[in-house]
Design a protein. Structure first.
Length: 157
């Protein structure tokens, strides 16, 4: 697979995974770009020991984790209390923004897992990327979804 094809196929997914980590579109673009620089440099060393997608998502996750460690803090923002009054008509876009905000507030491992799940990466691949058993991935996804559902219920109009 050539780099241009990889970039075209995976750019949006890597960007969304990055957005799940940092909840900042500009920083997510920077992290996605940094991920693709690493992919470009390391592509000759790819040994097909996993799927190209698994390899790319592992690089993206590591890039995001390094950025968080550099910052020495978890980037979070307070939930806007006035959201209920501001937007009486719930739009898909505001729900999506709220979802990414909630994801960015999760612990690192949970952010990785749910971001990959949202990209329709199968649970076997997620287990390889994050280094835990497939059964553990299933349990974590279930618990993460419960947490996110609760946050949405608490934010309903």
């Amino acid at each position: 697979m050539e780099f241009e094809q990889i970039y075209a196929t995976y750019w949006q997914k890597v960007y969304r995974i990055s957005l799940g980590y940092v909840n900042s579109p500009d920083l997510a673009k920077d992290l996605a770009q940094e991920t693709f620089i690493t992919i470009w440099k390391q592509l000759p060393n790819f040994r097909n020991e996993s799927t190209i997608g698994t390899w790319i998502f592992r690089i993206a996750s590591n890039t995001c984790l390094r950025q968080i460690q550099k910052d020495k803090r978890m980037p979070t923002s307070e939930l806007p209390l006035e959201l209920k009054e501001e937007n009486t008509e719930t739009t898909m876009e505001s729900d999506l923004e709220f979802l990414y905000q909630c994801i960015s507030e999760l612990p690192e491992m949970e952010r990785i897992i749910i971001s990959l799940e949202l990209e329709d990466i199968n649970q076997k691949e997620i287990s390889k990327i994050v280094g835990i058993s497939e059964g553990n991935v299933r349990v974590k996804i279930h618990r993460i979804k419960e947490k996110l559902t609760q946050k949405f219920k608490n934010n309903e109009h």
